[in-house]
Design a protein around this ligand. Structure first.
Ligand code: F6P
Length: 323
């Protein structure tokens, strides 16, 4: 193998740049040429390739976003789009790819390999932490810290005014951000898509808090919760429990930005390095992850289809500590 490519795709996450840096420098260390593909699959189809040197990734380890840009591309979902991408890669002499992204990225990579035989190793880059085959995804730790910083501030004002706040956090299909940040901020309740939400039960809990003169309450709502987003849940609660003045904050995309935490920088560096080494060893169609502090590889098929289970002990803990 003489030349590889790296790209980022799907929703960006803090630490993607640290991972690009690791891929580029590991490739150069191993005497491989390396190019960056701009805007993921879109750049593959348009032939948007950027030759990279060690200096191309200087001073990016601390930056959020992705210097290679990201996109969600529809053309790559067609056979013709993928054929064009393969032609461009072959003309460029690219023999292996590192794909940094989430399940959509890996679904594309798997089909692409089946049709065109270019080996790809995936690296989990998403704030949602919803991929099977790794304890943590790149960006998750930073996103949780961002939520915690924001909710601590909300708690100050909630307490000053005896208010009940519903804070909506990201997680279209998963409650990992909500659960971890909920425990970190001492939330009165955490509502996540993995468990059924009973508004009546939530009201019972709030009533108890009210009776013992709790001055503020914070409910963390994952955007994909079955009871609806934070606005919807707030309305349902307000209709039956009028004691508190209720407020809603949707944290939105600020959770995706910012300088990556040390944990995310280290994770990104380890996985970028492992992905290049895996390509050199002849591996393909697998995602690099870290389980119990060891690098492991999981077939794309499994990483995409199996859901990462929510930690039941943490779920119980959130409940016990919020009495
Ligand atoms: O990156 C994953 C995620 O953060 C989801 O939790 C969220 O629903 C989604 O991205 C929104 O991303 P976009 O606005 O880019 O479609």
């Amino acid at each position: 193998m003489k030349k590889i490519a790296v790209f980022t795709s799907g929703g960006d996450s803090p630490g993607m740049n640290a991972c690009i840096r690791s891929v580029v420098r590991t490739a150069i260390y191993n005497k491989l040429e390396v190019v960056g593909i701009i805007r993921g699959y879109e750049g593959m189809i348009n032939g948007d390739f950027l030759p990279m040197q060690s200096s191309s990734v200087s001073n990016i380890i601390q930056r959020g976003g992705t210097i290679l840009k990201s996109a969600r591309n529809k053309q790559f979902m067609t056979k013709e789009g993928r054929a064009k991408a393969a032609e461009n890669l072959k003309n460029e002499g690219i023999e292996g790819i590192v794909a940094i992204g989430g399940d959509g990225t890996f679904t594309g990579a798997k089909i692409f390999f089946e049709e065109h035989g270019i080996p790809t190793i995936g690296v989990p880059g998403t704030i949602d932490n919803d991929l099977y085959g790794t304890d943590y995804t790149i960006g998750y730790d930073t996103a949780v810290n961002t939520v915690v910083e924001a909710v601590d501030k909300i708690r100050d004002t909630a307490d000053a005014h005896d208010r009940l706040f519903f804070v909506e956090v990201m997680g279209r299909d998963a409650g990992f951000i909500a659960l971890r940040s909920g425990i970190s901020v001492g939330a009165e309740a955490v509502l996540i898509p993995e468990t059924e939400t009973y508004v009546d039960r939530l009201i019972e809990k709030l009533k108890k808090g009210w009776e013992r003169q709790k001055s503020s309450s914070i409910i963390i709502v994952a955007e994909g919760d079955d009871a609806g987003g934070a606005y919807e849940v707030a309305e349902k609660v307000k209709a039956k429990f009028k004691h508190y003045e209720t407020k809603v904050t949707v944290l939105g995309h600020l959770q995706r930005g910012g300088s990556p935490s040390a944990a995310d920088r280290v994770l990104a560096s380890q996985l970028g390095n492992a992905a290049v080494n895996a390509l050199i060893e002849g591996r393909y169609n697998e995602m690099a992850g870290i389980v119990n502090r060891k690098v492991v590889f999981t077939p794309f098929e499994k990483a995409i289809k199996h859901n990462q289970d929510i930690n039941q002990e943490l779920l119980k803990l959130a409940d016990v500590l919020s009495i």
